[in-house]
Design a protein around this ligand. Sequence first.
Ligand SMILES: Nc1ncnc2c1ncn2[C@@H]1O[C@H](COP(=O)(O)OP(=O)(O)OP(=O)(O)O)[C@@H](O)[C@H]1O
Ligand SMILES: [Mg+2]
Length: 379
Amino acid sequence: MSVSVQPMPADPIHEGAAPGAEVLRPHAEDAFAGELAALAARDERPRPPRWKLSPWAVATYLLGGTLADGTVISPKYVGPRRIVEVAVATLATDRALLLLGVPGTAKTWVSEHLAAAVSGDSTLLVQGTAGTPEEAIRYGWDYARLLAHGPSRDALVPSPVMRAMAEGRTARVEELTRIPADVQDALITVLSEKTLPIPELGEEVQAVRGFTLIATANDRDRGVNDLSSALRRRFNTVVLPLPESAEAEVAIVARRVDQIGRALDLPAGTDGLAEIRRVVTVFRELRDGVTSDGRTRLKSPSGTLSTAEAISVVTGGLALAAHFGDGVLRAGDIAAGLLGAVVRDPAADRVVWQEYLETVVRERDDWHDFYRACREVTG
Ligand SMILES: Nc1ncnc2c1ncn2[C@@H]1O[C@H](COP(=O)(O)OP(=O)(O)OP(=O)(O)O)[C@@H](O)[C@H]1O
Ligand SMILES: [Mg+2]
């Protein structure tokens, strides 16, 4: 009896995915490699040591613009120019940058793009959680080697922060305030002395020029593990605001939905703008506790109703329209997602939502389809 041997399928985890393979979410430096290369080629301003671009070009990468030769750089962050300039200027000094703000104000997004533009690498990342250990900030050990050969550089597993220091790159720490206070404090020496001691080896890793650190923290998490004042003093804090106007927020949502839709191969929405306007209006009115004409006071639900959530409501709606509708985004496609975003607490939020539907949505002449769709899912 012969047994046919099937060739083993390729193992993408151990062999490493081929470059350009179908990654679900490419890193910023890969997704925008073309723009970064164009900026680098035309950037004649001075670059700080080990920076891929000048501070001016980094700001242009984030805010968008047109280069002298006509190359268009798409805006990544929509918001006050000065905020981006202050953030970039901070990175050009030896201070670390703390991006602070309510949920969904693009802190993570800005941090990733800053690291991509400054160092060409946004992957030196520590994700902060209540369980983040000190090793994630300092270093750990490869126990097999440690047991076999004792402590040595070979057995040491550097953290992303240690690598960034040694290579003069940007390290990122996400959700800094969720990290337990004693673990956070491991950053104090890194930021003030620019060195990471390794007592087991009697050595240290000294940061080389180009090393910077960007942390993000959520306003609402403050108090969970408040930043110690010693650590806070080592950061320049930049607060990312909510979009200043409904139009700005509509533009942000429309742009991101378009990008995400293309990445997911959703058919292009012909005219989703009308529905995006409504989602943004509902979010802003409930968030602000007053209708956009300023006439009616409203109760706010418990959720954050951030721009990021508006983006997911619309993206979800587009998928419904594309796969189960006629491809045009309609009120019925966004109603369910909207309800899910607004009603977080099933009892209290539902009352708030129903009151909003009956007193505001119902009365708007051109919102009848939207009112019906929302009533249908609200039950
Ligand atoms: N002002 C803005 N300009 C561009 N994109 C924005 C803006 N505000 C929000 N977004 C979009 O919102 C999405 C979510 O942003 P991000 O995850 O960075 O928020 P965050 O502030 O880190 O939130 P969290 O506190 O929940 O971690 C991103 O896709 C981003 O593009
Ligand atoms: Mg974030």
